[in-house]
Design a protein around this ligand. Structure first.
Ligand code: 13P
Length: 253
């Protein structure tokens, strides 16, 4: 059985003391109630709080991810944070290609291919986001859009590198809208993605590949979404900022 991952994407929320409080509450919850053996829990706070998070999570069953990374090794890239910097504060994962980065910061699949490479070089697991706009779905182009995102952003990897990557399917129309994909819609796309991976690499790699769902996933709908055959957990936005909701989602996996 594949493991399940529940990852919280905090996005651009919370001041330092609030981040500290939320991490404390999540760690207390995990320590007091435990987490299912087959589940890994990840928090992705803003970059400024990553070191706090990795310090607090040290030796605990909580992994830490960044929300973005610069595409270059180092140098004159004002404002960027490199994969080496993330590695130096012991970050485990990094979200890349989130639709908000694609939409507001014009990140292309070619940029994401570079980011994937540099993360892997520094031993950080990319959480590669893909997903279609509402128009794409209404035009029945959703499969094609996701297929192109994977083809151009991820499928250049050798099998040994690809097997380290997580994929997150996040339909853009479901993000922050309260309009979740139905379990059937999620399952259909996840199965499609897994079939693409099998075609590009192998059935074994596809069977082992973890594909998370994101987009208005919450304490009320997580169990049904996560029970779909090809849904291996979730990338949670708004609901990851409330410890009770996040804890319920963890235990729905
Ligand atoms: P919401 O859960 O707030 O819809 O956000 C999902 C998301 O974008 C996670 O990366």
């Amino acid at each position: 059985m594949r493991r399940k991952i529940v990852a919280g994407n905090w996005k651009m929320n919370m001041r330092f003391s609030e981040a500290d409080d939320l991490l404390t509450l999540i760690l207390d919850d995990i320590e007091n109630k435990g987490i299912p053996e087959h589940v890994d829990v990840v928090v992705c706070p803003p970059a400024l709080y990553l070191e706090l998070a990795t310090d607090m999570a040290l030796g605990k069953p909580l992994l830490v991810g960044a929300q973005n990374v610069g595409a270059y090794e180092s140098g004159a890239y004002t404002g960027e944070i490199s994969a080496g910097m993330l590695e130096s504060v012991e970050v485990d994962y990094c979200i890349i290609g989130h639709s908000e980065r694609r939409q507001y910061f014009y990140e292309s699949n070619a940029d994401l291919a570079k980011k994937t490479d540099i993360l892997l070089k520094h031993g950080i697991i990319p959480i590669f986001c893909c997903g279609e706009l509402l128009d794409d779905r209404e035009d029945d182009m959703h499969m094609e859009v996701v297929s192109t995102q994977l083809e151009e952003g991820l499928f250049h990897l050798e099998e040994s590198d690809f097997s380290k990557v997580l994929i997150a399917y996040e339909p853009v129309w479901a993000i922050g809208t309260g309009k979740t994909a139905t379990p059937e819609q999620a399952q259909e796309m996840h199965a499609f993605i897994r079939a693409l991976v099998a075609k590009k690499y192998s059935k074994q790699i596809a069977d082992e590949c973890l594909i998370l769902y994101g987009g208005s996933c919450n304490a009320g709908n997580a169990k049904e979404l996560f029970s779909q055959e090809d849904v291996d957990g979730g990338l949670i936005g708004g609901a990851s900022l409330k410890v009770e909701d996040f804890a319920t989602i963890i235990r729905s996996a």
